[in-house]
Design a protein around this ligand. Structure first.
Ligand code: PHE
Ligand code: ZN
Length: 881
C-alpha cells in the first residue's frame, strides 16, 4: 500500500542514463502461476557523464538473484527502494544477470506479462517492462534482444517474440522452446511476447525493393473467419508508406496478434504488434462500417509506428507526441487516401475534427489540460490523451499546411536521415521541417509548449471604392493549469472568398505572391490585418478552410451567410461547418428557452437548409450524413458558461423531432434511395449510403410512431450485416416500439458467442435515453458483464458515464455515486482503466451549483479511498485542485 504521495516528474530534470544497455538476452519459463525470467544484459558506462550508479526499475517482482560480472550480489551490494534498484560505483563494462519470478495469472493491470483467456501476452509501453525484470526501463536506452521462450507444448503451441525466429524444438517432458532475435535495437517498451493456442492467416508479399516479407494475423481458432480485413489493411499500409513516404518494411516477418483483454487500442511492438480484438476482428456479421474503418486506421497506425516511433523513438516520455501525433497524422492521411475521392477525404477530415472538438477541446479547457509536450506528470499512463494524439496530429498537419506536401516530405526525409536509430525530441522534428525547407519555425514551438485551445476572432472591412477587402485576425488563448498567460501562436489560417454567385474569387493578397482561390494566412501576432485587392462586391468569407489549425474561429456570420456557405462553399469542410454553426446557434437558443421555462419554437430556415443538403444528389451520401448530424450534447455543453445537461438534452431532442417532422418525406426518400443490395462491402461508397440511410432511420425514429417502429423492426429482422442490424436496433432501443425488448433479447441470443458484439449490446443500452442508473446497475448483474475485461467495462460503465449525459447527471447525484463506486472498484483491478473513468467528471466546475457540489463530493470520496493507485490519484487530485 502506498501511503506517501507519488512524486511529480519534470521534463526539465531529464538527464542522460549513466549506463547504456547494448545487448539483452532473456529466457522465459512460462507458467501462469510462476513464470521464471532470466535476463542477461551487457551495459556500458555513458562516457558523456560521470555518474557511476547503475539504476534499474522493477515493480511487483520477486527478485530471485542478481549477478554482476559473474558474481552474485548480496543484499548489501545494491539499494532497493520504491521500485528503484541502484548499484553504486559499477565498473565501466557490466554484465548483469537477473532472475525474477512473476505471477501473470494474478496480473489484472494488463501491464507487463499477463494471461488472457489462457494465453500469455505482454504490454510494456510505457513502463511495463519493469514488471518483467529489473531494467533501465526508459526509452532512450536501446538494445538488441534475443529471447528464449519455453512452455508446455500442448497448452502453448505458439511462441512468439520480436524479430526473427532463429530456432525451435522440443525439450522433452511435454515442453518446447522457440528462440527469437530482433536485429534492430529498441527501447524496452517495444519488447513483446505471446504464447498460447493461436492460429494465423498468413501471406507473403514482395516489398518495393524486391525483398519478400511474411505477414501474419494471429487469432484464437474460432476467429479465423475475421482476419481478412486486417490483413488487407496491413498490406495497404505497407504499400502506402512505400509510396507516400518512401518507407519500406525493414523486417522479414511482421505479425499482428489479437487479444481480448487490452487496456488500449493496439501496440506497435517491433515486428509483433498486439491488438485489442476490437481493432482486428471483422466480418459483415459482427462488424459495422465504422468498425471496418477503425480497423484499417489502427492497423495502419501501428504499422506506421515502425518508422515513426520504432526506428526513430522518443528520448523521454514527455516527447510522446513526437511519435503519437506524427503517427496519428499518418494514419489519418492513409485512411483519406484509401477513400481516394476529394469528398471522401473531406468526410474523413470532418470526422477527425469532430473527435477533436468532442474530446480534445474539453480536455484543453479542463483540469487535465497539458501541452502537446507536457512539462510534468505523476503517471505517464495518464498522458496517452487526445491532446498528445489528436492535437499532436493537428500540429503535424500544420507543418504540411505551411510547407506544402512536398515540403513536408522533404522534412520527413531529413528527419530520418538525421535520426534513424535514435531517441529524440519534438524539437528535432521541428528542426528537420525547418531546415529541409529553409524556414524559421521558432515561434511554431509554442504549439508544443502552451496548452489551451487558441481563439481567433475575425472581423472584416470592405471598401467598394478601393475594391479592397481586409480581414483582421485577433488571437488569444485561455489560461490553463500552470500557464496563466500565453504568447501568440504561429497559426495557418486558410481562407477563401465567395462572390455573390457563390463561386470562389481569385485572390490577390497584398504583399504576397500567393495565388489561387484559397490562401493560407500566417497569423503570428496577437492581431494582424490581411488585405485582398480587386474585390469589387462584398464577398462572404470562408475562414479556416479544411480546419487549417486546431483553434476556435469566431466570426459574426449572419444566418443567411451561413446558409449561403452551406449551399456554395467549394471547401467541403466549411460547407459542413456552416451547417454546424447554424445548428449550434439554434440548439443554444432552444436550450436557453428550456431553461427559461418558455416554449421551444423551430426555425424553418434551418430545416430548409438541411433539406437542400439532404436532397442534393450531387453530394456524396457520406457527406450528407455528417451534414445532417447535429452537434453532440457534449459539444453544445462546451459552449455554455453553466452546463445544464437536462436542458441540452431536451433541446436537442426537440430539434431532432422537429426536423424529422419537417423533413419526413425527404427522409423516407433518402431511406429508400440509399439501399445497398447485393453482398455486403465495406467500401466508402456503400458505407456512405448505409450511413445516410441509417441516419434517415434514426430521424424517423424520433417520431416514435407505428410507421417508424415498423421500418426499424423490418430492417432489424432482415439485415444481413451488422451495420444495418445495429442501426435498426438502436432506433428501436431509443423509442417505445412494442418489439423493443424482444429485439434486444434476440440480438443477445444471436451473438452470445461474439464478445465484441455483446460489447455493442451493453453499450447501446447504456447510452439509450431511458436507461437510468438503476438500469445500468441491473445490467451489471448480467452474467456476461465483467469489470475485469476493459472492453466490457467500457461498453457499459463508460458508455453510461460519458455517453448518456442527461441520465448520468441525474439531479439526485445517483450517477455520481455510481461513478465513484466503479472508479474505486476498477482501481483495485486496473489503475489505467480506472483513471480513464475518473476523467468523466473533469468538467464538474462548469455545472450548476447543485450538480457541482454533488460531483465534488463524489471526487472527494474517490480521492479519500484507501490504497488508491497513483494513476487515479493524479486525475482526481488535479480535478479537485
Ligand atoms: N502506443 C500505442 C499506440 O498508440 C498505444 C498504447 C499505449 C498501447 C500504451 C498500450 C499501452 O499505438
Ligand atoms: Zn500510436
Amino acid at each position: 500500500m502506498r501511503t506517501d504521495t507519488s512524486p511529480t516528474i519534470y521534463r526539465k530534470d531529464y538527464t542522460p542514463p549513466a549506463y547504456w544497455v547494448r545487448t539483452v538476452e532473456m529466457g522465459f519459463d512460462l507458467e501462469p502461476s510462476a513464470t521464471r525470467v532470466a535476463t542477461r544484459m551487457t551495459l556500458e558506462r555513458n562516457r558523456a557523464g560521470r555518474d557511476r550508479t547503475l539504476t534499474l526499475y522493477g515493480e511487483e517482482l520477486e527478485l530471485v538473484q542478481i549477478r554482476l560480472n559473474g558474481k552474485a550480489l548480496g543484499k548489501n551490494a545494491y539499494a532497493l527502494k520504491d521500485g528503484v534498484l541502484r548499484i553504486a560505483d559499477a565498473p565501466e563494462r557490466v554484465t548483469l544477470e537477473i532472475e525474477t519470478l512473476l505471477r501473470p495469472d494474478r496480473n489484472t493491470s494488463l501491464m507487463g506479462l499477463y494471461v488472457s483467456n489462457g494465453n500469455f501476452f505482454t504490454q510494456c509501453e510505457a513502463e511495463g517492462f519493469r514488471k518483467i525484470t529489473y531494467f533501465p526501463d526508459r526509452p532512450d536506452v536501446m538494445a538488441t534482444y534475443k529471447v528464449m521462450l519455453r512452455a508446455d507444448k500442448k497448452k502453448y503451441p505458439v511462441l512468439l517474440s520480436n524479430g526473427n525466429l532463429i530456432e525451435q524444438g522440443d525439450l522433452g517432458d511435454g515442453r518446447h522452446y522457440a528462440l527469437w532475435e530482433d536485429p534492430f535495437k529498441k527501447p524496452s517498451y517495444l519488447f513483446a511476447l505471446v504464447a498460447g493456442q493461436l492460429v494465423c492467416q498468413e501471406e507473403k508479399i514482395k516489398l518495393k525493393s524486391g525483398r519478400e516479407a511474411l505477414l501474419q494475423v494471429w487469432v484464437e481458432e474460432g476467429n479465423l473467419d475475421k482476419t481478412q480485413h486486417a490483413m488487407d489493411s496491413l498490406i495497404n499500409s505497407i504499400r502506402w508508406d512505400e509510396e507516400r513516404f518512401g518507407l519500406e518494411l525493414d523486417l522479414d516477418r511482421f505479425m499482428i496478434v489479437a487479444v481480448g483483454d487490452f487496456n488500449m487500442g493496439a501496440m506497435e511492438n517491433k515486428g509483433l504488434n498486439i491488438f485489442n480484438t476490437k481493432f482486428v476482428l471483422a466480418n459483415p456479421r459482427i462488424a459495422t462500417d465504422v468498425d471496418y474503418g477503425n480497423i484499417e486506421a489502427v492497423v495502419g497506425h501501428e504499422y506506421f509506428h515502425n518508422w515513426t516511433g520504432n526506428r526513430v523513438t522518443c528520448r523521454d516520455w514527455f516527447q510522446l507526441s513526437l511519435k503519437e501525433g506524427l503517427t496519428v497524422f499518418r494514419d489519418q492521411e492513409f485512411s483519406a487516401d484509401m477513400i481516394g475521392t476529394d469528398s471522401g477525404r473531406a468526410v474523413k477530415r470532418i470526422d477527425d475534427v469532430r473527435v477533436l472538438r468532442q474530446a480534445q477541446f474539453p480536455e484543453d479547457a479542463g483540469p487535465m489540460a497539458h501541452p502537446v509536450r507536457p512539462d510534468s506528470f505523476v503517471e505517464i499512463s495518464n498522458f496517452y490523451t487526445v491532446t498528445i494524439y489528436e492535437k499532436g496530429a493537428e500540429v503535424v498537419r500544420m507543418y504540411q499546411t505551411l510547407l506544402g506536401r512536398d515540403g513536408f516530405r522533404k522534412g520527413m526525409d531529413l528527419y530520418f536521415e538525421r535520426h534513424d536509430g535514435q531517441a529524440v525530441e519534438c524539437d528535432d522534428f521541428r528542426a528537420a521541417m525547418a531546415d529541409a525547407n529553409g524556414r524559421d519555425l521558432t515561434q511554431f514551438e509554442r504549439w508544443y509548449s502552451q496548452a489551451g485551445t487558441p481563439r481567433v476572432v475575425a472581423s472584416v472591412a470592405h471598401d467598394a471604392a478601393a475594391r479592397t477587402y481586409a480581414i483582421t485576425l485577433q488571437q488569444s488563448c485561455p489560461s490553463t493549469p500552470g500557464q496563466k498567460t500565453k504568447q501568440p501562436f504561429h497559426i495557418p489560417v486558410a481562407v477563401g472568398l465567395l462572390g455573390q454567385d457563390g463561386k470562389d474569387l481569385p485572390l490577390k493578397l497584398r504583399g504576397s505572391d500567393l495565388q489561387g482561390t484559397t490562401v493560407v494566412l500566417e497569423l503570428t501576432e496577437a492581431q494582424q490585418t490581411f488585405v485582398f485587392d480587386g474585390v469589387a462586391d462584398l464577398p462572404v468569407p470562408s475562414l479556416l478552410r479544411n480546419f487549417s489549425a486546431p483553434v476556435v474561429l469566431e466570426y459574426d456570420y449572419r444566418d443567411d451567410e451561413l446558409a449561403f456557405l452551406m449551399a456554395h462553399d467549394s471547401d467541403p469542410f466549411n460547407r459542413w461547418e456552416a451547417g454546424q454553426r447554424l445548428a449550434l446557434r439554434r440548439l443554444l437558443a432552444l436550450t436557453a428557452a428550456v431553461r427559461a421555462g418558455g416554449g421551444m419554437a423551430v426555425d424553418p430556415a434551418l430545416g430548409e437548409s438541411l433539406r437542400l443538403t439532404l436532397t442534393d444528389d450531387a453530394l456524396d451520401p457520406a457527406f450528407r450524413e455528417i451534414a445532417l448530424t447535429l452537434p453532440s450534447e457534449t459539444v453544445i455543453a462546451e459552449q455554455m458558461d453553466v452546463i445544464d445537461p437536462q436542458a441540452i438534452h431536451q433541446a436537442r431532442r426537440f430539434l431532432r423531432h422537429a426536423l424529422a417532422q419537417a423533413l419526413r418525406a425527404d427522409l423516407v426518400d433518402a431511406y429508400r434511395n440509399n439501399q445497398t443490395p447485393g453482398a455486403y462491402s465495406p467500401d466508402a461508397v456503400s458505407a456512405g449510403k448505409r450511413a445516410l440511410k441509417n441516419l434517415a432511420l434514426s430521424y424517423i425514429g424520433e417520431l416514435d410512431d407505428a410507421a417508424a417502429h415498423a421500418l426499424a423492426q423490418t430492417q432489424c429482422d432482415g439485415a444481413d450485416n451488422m451495420t444495418d442490424r445495429f442501426a435498426a436496433l438502436a432506433a428501436l432501443a431509443n423509442g417505445s416500439a412494442p418489439g423493443r425488448a424482444a429485439a434486444l433479447a434476440r440480438f443477445y441470443q444471436d451473438f452470445e458467442d461474439e464478445p465484441l458484439v455483446i460489447d455493442k449490446w451493453f453499450s447501446l443500452q447504456a447510452s439509450a435515453r431511458t436507461t437510468d442508473v438503476a438500469a445500468v446497475r441491473k445490467l451489471m448483474q448480467h452474467p456476461a458483464f465483467s469489470l475485469k475485461n476493459p472492453n466490457r467495462a467500457r461498453s457499459l460503465i463508460f458508455s453510461f458515464c460519458n455517453g448518456n449525459p442527461s441520465q448520468f447527471h441525474a439531479a439526485d447525484g445517483s450517477g455520481y455515486d455510481f461513478w465513484a463506486e466503479q472508479v474505486i472498484a476498477l482501481d483495485a483491478l486496473n489503475p489505467q482503466v480506472a483513471a480513464r473513468l475518473a476523467r468523466s467528471l473533469d468538467r464538474w466546475r462548469k455545472y450548476a451549483p447543485a450538480l457541482r457540489d454533488r460531483m465534488r463530493s463524489a471526487l472527494e470520496r474517490v480521492a479519500a479511498a484507501p490504497a488508491l493507485s497513483k494513476d487515479t490519484k493524479e486525475v482526481v487530485g488535479k480535478s479537485l485542485a
